[in-house]
Design a protein around this ligand. Structure first.
Ligand code: FMN
Length: 314
């Protein structure tokens, strides 16, 4: 089955599944595997040095001729260098999280690079559309990592009503039922993060994958509200320390304590004192498998869910 939408056209992909650009997590191996499978892989740039990111882009290109993208961390101090390098190397699209992509929009679009910003609210989505966004990724608070405060269920239809560009639903989508639900809400693609952490090709430490497999429905928590940048993580010793600092209203201490903790978790496997960013759908991830099977399984489930729904209508 193929589901064709404005997003599959925009990105030149077979399936409306974007793999979320995850810092310290989504490296070229995963990105190439997702893109080869007909989805859209996205390298998580985080605060990566420019040279390293260039190597990642070149490795992904060498591994797949299919379209892929880069998630830009706009608040990183060397972002001007990063954008210059991305313009020179060329990728199909960039996704952007924190920060305003406005300054780079003209140059990116002049090179044919599509710009897909993430928006957790209607007001921001409208602003991003007005400055030239090609599509809006609406991310609900079920998602892993930095989040807003609306759920995917209520954010997606409001974004669909508010903007003319296509909307991509993110947050809490880990199987084909989630895809079908997102499409029912008007989305034209989904962005999936947590599920792809348990792809064979995802290079995070095996201890993190094992922790994800064991996760149950209420195992995530949102920490760091007092910093103004709340983060959804799996509960562990670090999250409990941060919760205490949140209660004591000590945001500066949270920033200090949190520094380097995502890398400590994803690269070194510190699942107790590292930051296990992951979404509420962690509990739905129960197997490690190749990215190609994740994509194929999710699409087959989406088809079954959509046909079952159509069958209810008389
Ligand atoms: C470990 C991890 C790291 C992430 N890092 C980033 C990031 O650097 N930039 C970004 O825009 N989103 C980031 N995200 C969000 C994902 O790209 C994606 O939108 C989200 O995971 C979707 O929700 P889900 O986890 O419920 O699938 C991250 C998510 C996770 C789980």
């Amino acid at each position: 089955m193929a589901i064709r939408t404005r997003v599959t056209e925009l990105l030149g992909v077979e399936h409306p599944i974007i793999q979320g650009g995850m810092a310290w997590t989504a490296t070229w191996e995963l990105v190439a595997a997702v893109s080869k499978a007909g989805g859209f892989g996205v390298i998580g740039a985080g605060h990566m040095p420019t040279d390293l990111l260039r190597d990642q882009i070149r490795a992904a290109k060498a591994a797949t001729g299919k379209p892929f993208g880069v998630n830009l961390m706009l608040l990183t101090p060397h972002i001007d260098d990063i954008v210059d390098m991305v313009l020179a190397e060329g990728v199909h699209a960039v996704t952007t999280g924190a920060g305003n992509p406005g300054k780079y929009m003209e140059a990116l679009k002049a090179k044919g690079i599509k710009v897909l910003p993430i928006a957790p609210s209607v007001a921001l989505a409208k602003r991003l559309e007005s400055i030239g966004a090609d599509a809006i990724i609406g991310e609900g608070m079920e998602a892993g990592g930095h989040i807003g405060d609306l759920t995917t269920m209520v954010l997606t239809p409001q974004l669909v009503d508010a903007v003319d560009v296509p909307v991509i639903a993110a947050g809490g989508i880990a199987d084909g039922r989630g895809i079908a639900a997102a499409f029912a809400l008007g989305a034209e693609a989904v962005q999936v993060g947590t599920r792809f952490m348990c792809a064979d090709e995802c290079t995070i430490h095996p201890s993190v994958k094992q922790r994800l497999l064991k996760a149950r429905d209420r195992d995530t928590v949102v920490t760091g509200y007092t910093t103004g940048h709340p983060v959804r993580v799996l509960k562990n010793k670090l999250s409990r320390q941060i919760e205490q600092l949140d209660r004591a209203n000590l945001p500066d201490q949270i920033e200090t304590l949190g520094a380097g903790k995502l890398a400590a978790c994803m690269r070194e496997g510190d699942v107790e004192y590292g930051s296990i960013m992951a979404g509420q759908c962690s509990a739905m991830v129960d197997r490690i498998m190749p990215a190609s099977r994740i994509v194929a399984e999710m699409m087959a489930e989406a088809e079954a869910a959509m046909r079952a729904l159509a069958g209810l209508v008389s």
